[in-house]
Write a protein that binds this ligand. Structure first.
Ligand code: ATP
Length: 225
């Protein structure tokens, strides 16, 4: 397996609190990886290090053969914007913007012309069963609808890696399954790798592979296919 994204022996502390203590994990191109583990074990911190949001205290992060952790902040931000997509537990849509503007946002931030960005965003509404909701604001959407809008925003720039941190954590189980069906189908269709943090085995079951974080380390790898 050739790794697209890899953490090698990564350590990270929040002040005196160690969150990662030598975490090693890799994700192949197009692979959906579930990161599981108890609360406080370091899953989100690992995701943030892999995504270049946090810079590790030690160890290395490699993306597409190049060190991510040693890039200057501006270059890292640009790489995140162009190559990575994000979906979090609570959609975190911008409340002042319409649903369609929210989806278009990553493209607009990357410098795409507004008409092009808005029409690319529009395509996702049909794809994710959101037709007719384009002009709604986040306060006028159900939890499941808002999370599908967030998913469209995470995928609209066709990222190489989608980072999903408890993407179904705020949804009931049926709505969560619908979001996971759409997430995995869209990621597979465009060859996007997914780093999926979850503590729910039913959600992890959508992944190709599962790893478990305990006390800031990866403890086991289980193939779920
Ligand atoms: N911003 C922060 N400031 C200080 N300590 C933090 C911060 N974020 C996380 N931690 C600590 O780092 C450790 C790992 O946290 P992390 O959020 O990565 O765990 P997690 O496995 O994602 O947990 P959960 O499943 O509850 O979201 C924990 O001990 C946590 O208390």
């Amino acid at each position: 397996m050739t790794a697209l994204l890899e953490a090698q022996d990564v350590t990270f502390s929040f002040g005196a609190t160690p969150a990662l203590r030598g975490a090693t994990v890799s994700v192949a191109a197009g692979e959906i990886l579930a990161v599981m583990g108890p609360s406080g074990s370091g899953k989100s911190t690992l995701l943030h290090c892999l995504a270049g949001i946090l810079v590790p205290d030690g160890g290395t992060i490699t993306f597409a053969g190049e060190r991510l952790d040693t890039l200057r902040e501006g270059t890292r931000t640009e790489l995140r914007r162009n190559r990575f997509g994000f979906v979090f537990q609570f959609g975190q849509l911008v409340p002042e913007l319409t649903a369609q503007e929210n989806v278009a946002l990553p493209l607009l931030l990357a410098g795409t012309a507004r008409t092009t960005a808005m029409s690319a965003a529009r395509e996702w509404f049909g794809r994710l069963g959101l037709d007719g909701l384009e002009r709604r604001r986040s306060g006028e959407l159900s939890g499941g609808q808002a999370q599908r809008v967030a998913l469209a925003r995470g995928l609209v720039s066709r990222p190489q890696v989608l980072f999903a941190d408890e993407p179904t954590g705020a949804l009931d189980s049926l709505t969560g399954e619908q979001v996971m069906d759409l997430l995995t189908a869209a990621a597979r269709e465009q060859g996007t790798s997914v780093v999926l943090v979850t503590h729910e085995p039913r959600v992890a079951a959508y992944a190709d592979r599962e790893v478990i974080v305990r006390d800031g380390k990866l403890t086991s790898t289980v193939c779920v296919l």
